[in-house]
Design a protein around this ligand. Structure first.
Ligand code: DX5
Ligand code: ZN
Length: 217
Protein backbone atom coordinates (compact mmCIF):
# COMPACT_ATOMS: atom_id res chain seq x y z
CA UNK A 1 0.00 0.00 0.00
CA UNK A 2 1.79 3.12 -1.23
CA UNK A 3 1.40 6.60 0.20
CA UNK A 4 0.69 9.99 -1.31
CA UNK A 5 2.70 13.09 -0.44
CA UNK A 6 1.31 16.12 -2.29
CA UNK A 7 3.85 18.92 -2.82
CA UNK A 8 2.62 22.33 -1.70
CA UNK A 9 5.00 23.92 -4.21
CA UNK A 10 2.07 23.78 -6.64
CA UNK A 11 -0.47 25.06 -4.14
CA UNK A 12 -1.95 28.53 -3.71
CA UNK A 13 0.45 29.94 -1.11
CA UNK A 14 -1.97 32.73 -0.23
CA UNK A 15 -4.24 30.06 1.29
CA UNK A 16 -1.71 27.51 2.42
CA UNK A 17 -3.50 26.07 5.47
CA UNK A 18 -6.77 25.75 3.53
CA UNK A 19 -4.99 24.00 0.65
CA UNK A 20 -3.39 21.54 3.07
CA UNK A 21 -6.83 20.90 4.62
CA UNK A 22 -8.05 19.87 1.16
CA UNK A 23 -5.35 17.22 0.72
CA UNK A 24 -5.98 15.95 4.23
CA UNK A 25 -9.67 15.62 3.44
CA UNK A 26 -8.76 13.67 0.30
CA UNK A 27 -6.74 11.13 2.28
CA UNK A 28 -3.17 12.29 1.57
CA UNK A 29 -0.57 10.70 3.85
CA UNK A 30 2.04 13.48 4.08
CA UNK A 31 2.57 17.14 3.20
CA UNK A 32 5.64 17.39 0.95
CA UNK A 33 7.51 20.68 1.43
CA UNK A 34 10.15 21.75 -1.09
CA UNK A 35 12.80 23.97 0.43
CA UNK A 36 14.88 25.68 -2.30
CA UNK A 37 17.72 28.15 -1.84
CA UNK A 38 18.34 29.54 -5.33
CA UNK A 39 21.85 28.03 -5.18
CA UNK A 40 21.59 24.28 -5.40
CA UNK A 41 18.48 24.73 -7.56
CA UNK A 42 17.44 27.74 -9.66
CA UNK A 43 14.44 28.69 -7.53
CA UNK A 44 13.74 30.01 -4.03
CA UNK A 45 10.73 28.82 -2.06
CA UNK A 46 10.36 29.11 1.72
CA UNK A 47 12.10 28.15 4.94
CA UNK A 48 11.57 27.18 8.55
CA UNK A 49 9.02 29.90 9.49
CA UNK A 50 6.53 28.75 6.84
CA UNK A 51 7.01 25.09 7.80
CA UNK A 52 6.45 25.94 11.49
CA UNK A 53 3.34 27.96 10.62
CA UNK A 54 1.63 24.72 9.52
CA UNK A 55 2.28 22.90 12.79
CA UNK A 56 -1.10 22.19 14.38
CA UNK A 57 -2.98 23.36 11.26
CA UNK A 58 -3.15 19.81 9.90
CA UNK A 59 -2.69 16.38 11.39
CA UNK A 60 -0.62 15.20 8.40
CA UNK A 61 3.07 14.49 9.01
CA UNK A 62 5.62 16.67 7.17
CA UNK A 63 7.91 15.32 4.47
CA UNK A 64 10.65 17.94 4.11
CA UNK A 65 12.74 17.94 0.92
CA UNK A 66 15.81 20.15 1.31
CA UNK A 67 17.21 21.40 -2.01
CA UNK A 68 19.76 23.66 -0.36
CA UNK A 69 23.54 23.94 -0.10
CA UNK A 70 25.02 23.13 3.32
CA UNK A 71 21.87 21.45 4.69
CA UNK A 72 23.81 20.52 7.84
CA UNK A 73 23.49 24.15 8.98
CA UNK A 74 19.69 24.13 8.75
CA UNK A 75 18.47 20.76 10.04
CA UNK A 76 17.08 22.09 13.39
CA UNK A 77 14.96 24.70 11.53
CA UNK A 78 12.87 21.90 10.01
CA UNK A 79 12.63 19.50 12.95
CA UNK A 80 9.12 20.45 14.05
CA UNK A 81 6.93 18.14 16.18
CA UNK A 82 5.13 17.15 12.94
CA UNK A 83 8.20 16.46 10.82
CA UNK A 84 8.50 12.78 9.96
CA UNK A 85 11.16 12.91 7.22
CA UNK A 86 13.97 15.35 6.50
CA UNK A 87 15.49 14.54 3.11
CA UNK A 88 18.84 15.97 1.98
CA UNK A 89 20.42 15.69 -1.44
CA UNK A 90 23.43 13.43 -1.78
CA UNK A 91 24.90 16.07 -4.11
CA UNK A 92 24.91 18.72 -1.35
CA UNK A 93 26.58 16.65 1.38
CA UNK A 94 30.35 16.27 1.67
CA UNK A 95 29.73 14.28 4.85
CA UNK A 96 26.51 12.45 4.19
CA UNK A 97 26.90 9.99 7.07
CA UNK A 98 27.24 12.88 9.51
CA UNK A 99 24.17 14.70 8.14
CA UNK A 100 22.04 11.53 8.28
CA UNK A 101 22.91 11.15 11.95
CA UNK A 102 22.26 14.83 12.60
CA UNK A 103 18.73 14.35 11.28
CA UNK A 104 18.16 11.35 13.52
CA UNK A 105 19.51 13.25 16.52
CA UNK A 106 16.78 15.89 16.15
CA UNK A 107 14.20 13.09 16.28
CA UNK A 108 13.28 12.78 12.59
CA UNK A 109 13.61 10.04 10.00
CA UNK A 110 16.50 10.61 7.59
CA UNK A 111 16.18 10.54 3.84
CA UNK A 112 18.59 11.09 0.99
CA UNK A 113 17.63 12.31 -2.49
CA UNK A 114 19.32 11.64 -5.81
CA UNK A 115 19.17 13.92 -8.84
CA UNK A 116 18.25 12.13 -12.07
CA UNK A 117 21.88 11.86 -13.21
CA UNK A 118 23.27 10.64 -9.86
CA UNK A 119 23.57 6.84 -9.76
CA UNK A 120 22.13 4.67 -6.99
CA UNK A 121 25.64 3.23 -6.46
CA UNK A 122 26.67 6.50 -4.73
CA UNK A 123 24.53 5.38 -1.77
CA UNK A 124 25.98 1.89 -1.49
CA UNK A 125 27.73 2.51 1.85
CA UNK A 126 24.89 4.40 3.50
CA UNK A 127 21.76 2.43 2.57
CA UNK A 128 21.72 0.61 5.91
CA UNK A 129 21.57 3.95 7.74
CA UNK A 130 18.78 5.76 5.89
CA UNK A 131 15.03 5.59 6.39
CA UNK A 132 14.18 6.75 2.88
CA UNK A 133 15.68 7.28 -0.56
CA UNK A 134 14.05 9.87 -2.79
CA UNK A 135 14.49 9.34 -6.52
CA UNK A 136 14.10 12.58 -8.45
CA UNK A 137 12.27 12.00 -11.70
CA UNK A 138 12.75 15.61 -12.86
CA UNK A 139 15.67 17.98 -12.41
CA UNK A 140 14.84 19.64 -9.09
CA UNK A 141 13.73 23.25 -8.99
CA UNK A 142 10.20 23.48 -10.32
CA UNK A 143 6.93 21.66 -10.36
CA UNK A 144 5.08 20.86 -13.56
CA UNK A 145 8.04 19.31 -15.41
CA UNK A 146 7.98 16.20 -17.54
CA UNK A 147 8.72 12.81 -15.93
CA UNK A 148 12.17 11.41 -16.82
CA UNK A 149 11.57 7.73 -17.69
CA UNK A 150 15.00 6.36 -16.70
CA UNK A 151 14.22 7.24 -13.08
CA UNK A 152 12.12 4.06 -13.04
CA UNK A 153 15.25 1.96 -13.55
CA UNK A 154 16.70 3.50 -10.40
CA UNK A 155 13.55 2.66 -8.43
CA UNK A 156 13.81 -0.97 -9.60
CA UNK A 157 17.51 -1.09 -8.79
CA UNK A 158 16.91 0.20 -5.25
CA UNK A 159 14.04 -2.19 -4.69
CA UNK A 160 16.27 -5.06 -5.76
CA UNK A 161 19.05 -4.02 -3.38
CA UNK A 162 16.51 -3.60 -0.58
CA UNK A 163 15.27 -7.17 -1.09
CA UNK A 164 18.71 -8.74 -1.57
CA UNK A 165 20.24 -7.05 1.45
CA UNK A 166 17.14 -7.25 3.63
CA UNK A 167 17.01 -3.49 4.21
CA UNK A 168 13.91 -1.54 5.10
CA UNK A 169 14.30 2.03 3.77
CA UNK A 170 11.33 3.50 1.90
CA UNK A 171 11.53 4.56 -1.75
CA UNK A 172 9.98 7.91 -2.69
CA UNK A 173 9.57 9.26 -6.23
CA UNK A 174 9.33 12.99 -6.90
CA UNK A 175 8.71 14.85 -10.15
CA UNK A 176 6.19 14.48 -12.94
CA UNK A 177 4.14 11.90 -11.05
CA UNK A 178 0.64 11.59 -12.49
CA UNK A 179 -2.45 9.37 -12.42
CA UNK A 180 -1.02 7.75 -15.57
CA UNK A 181 2.37 6.66 -14.19
CA UNK A 182 1.46 6.13 -10.50
CA UNK A 183 0.59 2.42 -10.72
CA UNK A 184 3.74 1.64 -12.71
CA UNK A 185 5.89 3.43 -10.09
CA UNK A 186 4.35 1.48 -7.23
CA UNK A 187 4.82 -1.79 -9.14
CA UNK A 188 8.47 -0.84 -9.62
CA UNK A 189 8.96 -0.50 -5.85
CA UNK A 190 7.93 3.04 -4.87
CA UNK A 191 6.37 3.41 -1.40
CA UNK A 192 5.67 7.15 -1.42
CA UNK A 193 4.66 9.23 -4.43
CA UNK A 194 5.10 13.00 -4.42
CA UNK A 195 2.74 14.91 -6.67
CA UNK A 196 2.63 18.66 -7.17
CA UNK A 197 0.78 19.77 -10.26
CA UNK A 198 -1.14 16.53 -10.57
CA UNK A 199 -2.80 17.26 -7.21
CA UNK A 200 -2.91 21.04 -6.78
CA UNK A 201 -3.54 21.68 -10.47
CA UNK A 202 -6.80 19.72 -10.27
CA UNK A 203 -10.15 21.47 -10.09
CA UNK A 204 -11.13 19.36 -7.11
CA UNK A 205 -7.97 18.82 -5.06
CA UNK A 206 -9.49 16.43 -2.49
CA UNK A 207 -11.08 14.32 -5.20
CA UNK A 208 -7.75 14.12 -7.07
CA UNK A 209 -6.11 12.77 -3.89
CA UNK A 210 -8.81 10.12 -3.66
CA UNK A 211 -8.17 9.17 -7.31
CA UNK A 212 -4.47 8.77 -6.58
CA UNK A 213 -5.13 6.72 -3.48
CA UNK A 214 -7.45 4.38 -5.34
CA UNK A 215 -4.69 3.68 -7.87
CA UNK A 216 -1.79 3.24 -5.43
CA UNK A 217 -3.43 1.32 -2.62
C1 DX5 B 1 10.78 19.60 -7.73
C2 DX5 B 1 10.18 19.28 -6.40
C3 DX5 B 1 8.91 18.54 -6.48
C4 DX5 B 1 7.81 19.24 -7.24
C5 DX5 B 1 6.96 18.19 -7.87
O1 DX5 B 1 12.07 20.05 -7.57
O2 DX5 B 1 11.06 18.54 -5.61
O3 DX5 B 1 8.45 18.11 -5.21
O4 DX5 B 1 7.02 20.07 -6.45
O5 DX5 B 1 6.06 18.79 -8.71
P1 DX5 B 1 5.40 17.98 -9.92
O6 DX5 B 1 4.70 16.81 -9.32
O7 DX5 B 1 4.47 18.99 -10.53
O8 DX5 B 1 6.51 17.57 -10.84
ZN1 ZN C 1 10.21 17.62 -3.71
Amino acid sequence: MAKLSPSILSSDFSQLAAQVALIEEGGADYVHMDIMDGQFVPNITFGGPVVKSLVGKTSLPFDIHLMIERPELRIPDFATPQTEYIVVHQETCDHLDRVIHQIKEVGCKAGVALNPATPVSTLECILGEVDLVLIMSVNPGFSGQKFIPYAVLKVCELDEIRKNEDLDFKIEVDGGVSLENAAMLVESGADILVAGNAVFGAKDISERCREFKKIIE
